[in-house]
Design a protein around this ligand. Sequence first.
Ligand SMILES: Nc1nc2c(ncn2[C@@H]2O[C@H](COP(=O)(O)OP(=O)(O)OP(=O)(O)O)[C@@H](O)[C@H]2O)c(=O)[nH]1
Ligand SMILES: [Zn+2]
Length: 358
Amino acid sequence: MRPNKKGTRPRTKDRPAYDDAVTGRIVTVDRGRYTAVVDEDGDGERVVIAARARELRRTPVVAGDLVALVGDLSGGPDALARLVRVQERRTLLRRSADDTDPVERAVVANADQLVIVVAAANPEPRTGFIDRALVAAYDAGIQPILCVTKADLKDPTELLDNYRHLDLPVIISRTATDDEGVDSTSDDGLSARLLGGAVNQLRSHLDGKVSVLLGHSGVGKSTMVNALTGSNRATGGVNAVTGRGRHTSSSAVALKAGDSLPGTWIIDTPGIRSFGLAHVDPDRILQAFPDLEPGTADCARGCRHDRLAVKCGLDPWVSEGRAGVSGPVRLASLRRLLGSSAPEPKGNTQEAKELGEQ
Ligand SMILES: Nc1nc2c(ncn2[C@@H]2O[C@H](COP(=O)(O)OP(=O)(O)OP(=O)(O)O)[C@@H](O)[C@H]2O)c(=O)[nH]1
Ligand SMILES: [Zn+2]
């Protein structure tokens, strides 16, 4: 019998088409296991654990990714599905380990917003950290939002002066003493009563969107996340499985916010404290400083605008006050970022490493 050529040929050359695949959203990745939500906001919403198909071995899959799943999609305790495809990403937040590391790492896929959380005091806010996060957000095409916590400890006006020129929504949070407050508990079990108005303001920014929260340890991030997601966590479902209580790795975790529109996700990034920017083009860094950018019009061609630049147009731009009172601080910040993404002059490697910690 002659073999039927057509019938034995695989559906595509290298891999089957998986017509029966179901779409899931990755909520976290832990030691080769991918936790996804399928039938999101539907009656059959459930958590499915999957392993990556062999042909995807080299493709990074991160929180926020939309993926195709086949196999056992029941969501039962021992069920293991197979992750066979990653959908094209709308956005991809990336970092490199430090500014000298050319390997870029995917952090979160398909985020709409990056909420940069800093405390007004305790710990002291670092503009270097905010600036790095802004560059990473702009580079990824993600809208940044600045959330300043602990405004009860210190007035954040001076900090915020640095960012007045940016199209940057700012939310100022603090504790409340009266019944306007929302009680919340941090992941370490410390309780705080946050000003309800600030929590609601942040909530309205997050509604219907996928938002990444980024902040140093101790700024009050988990207190805020729990204030936003609390009621939903308590009812179980997705968060009973993906809540940080059971989560041991330091990778990003997507959480559903309680009482919010469908499609609202908060992605917490417990292990990420700094953003190396080795992967970002210096021109993109400059774009994160729209208060300074026009000052480069008079630069010589090829000017790097960094601390070694001669006759850089940014120097008169700032000294003439055209970038406002915060101009000198902003220029110093820009130059730190440019200096560390550009090829380092010899002998400065240590400094670049330290700046990576900012
Ligand atoms: N004064 C004041 N304290 C706050 C505020 N928000 C949170 N805290 C307290 O700050 C401490 C740290 O808060 P966490 O929510 O644990 O901070 P975190 O950013 O999640 O820190 P890690 O869990 O280490 O990542 C806790 O004692 C909170 O109760 C605030 O607005 N004002
Ligand atoms: Zn210049």
